[in-house]
Design a protein around this ligand. Sequence first.
Ligand code: ZN
Length: 117
Amino acid sequence: MNEELDQTPSTWRIVCVKRRIFPQPRSHIHIVGVGTGESATWADLRWTLAQALAALKAGHTFYILDEEHGQPIQVVKTECRVCDKMILSAIKTGNMQLENMRECVYQPDPEVSFSDS
Ligand SMILES: [Zn+2]
């Protein structure tokens, strides 16, 4: 699916996210996958969290676009403040946040797993 990872590091626009509730240590929501694409309404590629984190490590860049202001906001690896697992988050806070992106409409991939993060 992500053959692009073998190529030169690229820049990917995140247009939607997959969320899942994690129960420990208290119920909270993680983004467990992202969709990237040119259009805000369509994800060309689907990434599990582990794939996105691996891509970041390989030098790829992810961002979300504040279409109102035309500003790309970089998405980085960060620690969940609740459970300390590594997650994705947008660098700047404001009205445009990764957590507020629309839910991806595709069905969850069976490979989506948080355990290998
Ligand atoms: Zn967490």
